[in-house]
Design a protein. Structure first.
Length: 127
């Protein structure tokens, strides 16, 4: 089982261009995913929550990037063990078949399978 880390920091003094730059830098530095969420800060100011998902090897590098783009010190780090068993299956649709990721969840009637679309394969499938 692999342990992944979520790094988060609040910023209320950055332009959207710098937020976008920080996200690009984190992805280029090895983040598995990076995102920003709009947030209401103290005194009613709009700000952002900058986040990155990474493995243990990239925590220090991504923290350095976050410290470079924010004016105060402080980054939250949460860990969560993740075991992925995703596979791909063909789904029969009235359109051409497309690759989709299955997702299973438990319901009151027992396990059920859903096939949410990733959208990527559908875009490249000829009509």
């Amino acid at each position: 089982m692999e342990t992944l880390f979520v790094l988060e920091t609040n910023v209320d003094d950055l332009s959207p261009q710098i937020v976008a730059y920080a996200l690009e830098q984190m992805l280029a530095a090895g983040a598995l995913d990076a995102w920003s969420v709009a947030a209401m800060m103290k005194k009613g100011r709009m700000g952002s929550l900058l986040c990155a998902l990474c493995d243990r090897a990239h925590v220090d590098t991504l923290c350095e990037i976050l410290f470079q783009v924010r004016s105060s010190s402080g980054i939250s780090r949460a860990t969560e063990p993740v075991a992925s068993s995703l596979s791909h299956r063909r789904a029969s649709l009235p359109l051409p078949s497309a690759r989709r990721k299955p997702r299973a969840w438990a319901s009151a009637c027992g396990p059920a399978i859903a096939f949410p679309s990733t959208g990527r394969s559908c875009r490249s499938t000829p009509a």
